[in-house]
Design a protein around this ligand. Structure first.
Ligand code: GDP
Length: 600
């Protein structure tokens, strides 16, 4: 029949003209137009071919080619990448000599160790020198001037979440990290997390030993603790700079800044100030009357009022620009943080921005980014053990990055030792971060950047971490028995991972009261907070984020009746088989093991 159809087309003058031109994707409406058919007809045709689409759906090249062929059309792919568009939109003197630029510094450390106070002290010390009372609003970053007239740029949002979030988006913002540790306290979990983040990003660390004014300050103790994490002080033969400061009293700040300058000097940070600007969005917000306001850090080139600009899916024009003191400026250079009004919507923090020759170019880039993001969302990239393994097998990956969390530091160490044992010459397990406590958002971000997975030993992921993991496609594997963990890892590394049973979480219940029932044992009066609790399922008893018991659900009752399941929002009585140590406040998780087909 195909032949017949073609024959009748002999009257069509030039068959070669029947070509659909498309980028990586094409909208159903556009395809219909190029094919000269009604969109509804095309949608029906797609349905017959098993593709559910509406008029605004984007079709990929293969699908479009298949459908087009049914109308005797060929498809022609026009390659268009964001990079190419950006390249075409840049201007200025690209070959200009690079000039030294200010280092960009982020302050990290454990909560309450003085990050905010330090950032304030640095800003005040500097402003006071120039003109008293000149403090203005915080815009997310500021610049300070040193006695030698050079500058340092500080990111004014302390904490490693901002740091990791930005890095995760591919933004390399920070040149130096100041790790704040309270000298009267010690190295805390977030201190270690922060230093692991900095290390993973290959960013040098300057340690600020803060609160040195406190009578019980013990800087040597901190040095000792940090030396165990490879931050060996210079006076002990290492190469990490330690500065004693009192952020509260403003002491030692000048020295700290000088040390940062020295570290920056070694880095030889340079940028071309004569080309069109690019950099990173530090913060953004919607302001009444002004619209979207964004803080930008210029990393390359010059940024000038009136220029067309694009960041992620958002384009615009630099209408008004202010520096970190709130003064209007016309031009900004590498290392300058500026507040810009003129984006059509608030761009996302951590996204890169680019100045373009024309507004059309800016808009085209924004549209392509949006299109690609939509496609990306349709197929979440999953970083799973299996997937990593197949990459290992094909030689694409030689290591398995892992964020490891455990209930106590003892098991952490034990697991690390085992990891070393199973690592081979070809494939290694790289522990990006190891810490004690529940799996948090920060762990997921770290794993996502490292393209690895999170392994929890006797700990669980909190709900925020769980939803972030889903969003980022990061796999969380939790274990309560060491050998199971090692088994999985070994199998993954040696390629023997068989179809497996995976856990399917059914729901959670909070224990409100505990009753002792003669001959039965303890029964927990519970309230189902999530999903459902199911009879015959497995259960896990979680106390303060730690798994204290795993076993079988013994009994499930509503009032006096045995029931099959109890849904969210209802109360019930739960007994755990052969287990009595239940306490109010505990959480009972109900789950089943489901067999899944592996995708190798
Ligand atoms: P952050 O959570 O790391 O941002 O810590 P903050 O900057 O909020 O400081 C936590 C607490 O420590 C505040 O009460 C500060 O006043 C206090 N603090 C910060 N730096 C110093 C210091 O150098 N000396 C003393 N004595 N207290 C300080």
């Amino acid at each position: 029949m195909g032949r017949e159809a073609k024959k009748t087309q002999i009257t069509v003058p030039k068959a070669s003209k029947r070509i659909v031109k498309m980028y990586d994707t094409i909208k159903v409406s556009d395809l219909a137009q190029q094919l000269g058919v009604k969109a509804n007809e095309l949608i029906k045709k797609l349905m017959v071919n098993g593709v559910m689409a509406n008029i605004n759906s984007s079709l990929d090249y293969d699908t479009a080619t298949l459908i087009a062929s049914e109308y005797n059309f060929e498809t022609q792919l026009i390659k268009r990448s964001v990079e190419d568009l950006i390249k075409a939109a840049t201007f200025g003197n690209l070959e200009a000599e690079k000039k030294t630029r200010p280092p960009v510094v982020t302050v990290m450390g454990h909560v309450d160790h003085g990050k905010t106070t330090l950032l304030d002290a640095i800003r005040h010390a500097n402003v006071a020198k120039k003109e008293a009372g000149g403090i203005t609003q915080h815009i997310g970053a500021y610049k300070v001037q040193l006695p030698d007239k050079s500058y340092i740029t500080f990111i004014d949002t302390p904490g490693h979440e901002a740091f990791t979030a930005m890095r995760e988006r591919g933004a390399h913002v920070t040149d130096i990290v100041i790790l704040v540790v309270a000298a009267d306290d010690g190295v805390m979990p977030q201190t270690i997390e922060a230093l692991n983040h900095a290390k993973a990003a290959n960013v040098p660390i300057v340690v600020a030993l803060n609160k040195i004014d406190r009578p019980n300050a013990n800087p040597d103790k901190i040095k000792q603790q940090l030396a165990e994490h490879e931050l060996v002080p210079e006076d002990w033969g290492g190469d990490t700079i330690y500065c004693e400061v009192s952020a509260l009293q403003g002491k030692g700040i000048d020295n700290l800044l000088e040390q940062v300058r020295l570290v920056a000097e070694i880095q030889e940070l340079k940028a071309n100030p004569e080309r069109s600007a690019q950099g990173v969005i530090i913060e953004s917000r919607l302001e009444k009357g002004l619209g979207p306001v964004a803080t930008l850090l210029v990393q390359e080139g010059y940024l000038e009022q009136g220029q067309p600009i694009v960041s992620g899916e958002v384009s615009g024009r630099v209408r008004v620009m202010k520096d970190d003191q709130g003064k209007k400026v016309k031009k900004a250079y590498p290392g300058d943080p500026v507040e810009v009004v003129g984006f059509e919507e608030p761009p996302e923090a951590g996204d890169a921005f680019y100045v373009c020759k024309t507004e059309e170019q800016a808009r085209e880039i924004a549209e392509l980014v949006k299109e690609q993001k939509e496609q990306e969302q349709q197929k979440p990239q999953k970083v799973s053990l299996e997937e990593l393994f197949s990459k290992i097998k094909s030689g694409d990956v030689q290591e398995l990055p892992v964020v490891l969390k455990a209930d106590v530091s003892g098991s952490l160490e034990a697991v690390k030792v085992l990891f070393n044992k199973v690592s081979t010459d070809e494939v290694k397990i790289r522990v990006v971060h190891a810490g004690v406590g529940a799996i948090s958002k920060s762990d997921i971000l770290l794993a996502s950047t490292a393209k690895g997975l999170v392994i929890g030993f006797n700990v669980r992921a909190d709900s925020m971490a769980q939803s972030l993991a889903k969003e980022k496609g990061v796999e969380i594997k939790t274990y309560t028995v060491v050998y199971q963990l090692m088994d999985d890892i070994k199998k993954a590394l040696s390629g023997l991972l068989k179809p497996e049973f995976v856990e399917k979480e059914l729901g959670k219940a909070e224990v409100r009261e505990v009753f002792s029932v003669p001959k039965v044992g303890n029964v927990a009066g519970c309230f189902v907070t999530e999903g459902k609790i199911q009879r015959g399922s497995k259960v896990r008893l979680v106390r303060d984020g730690k798994v204290v018991y795993e076993g079988q659900l013994g009994s499930l009752r509503r009032f006096k009746d045995d029931v099959k399941e109890v849904a969210q929002g209802y109360e019930c009585g739960i007994g755990i088989e052969n287990y009595n140590d239940i306490k109010p406040g505990d959480v009972i998780e109900s789950f089943i093991m489901e067999e899944v087909q592996r995708e190798l």
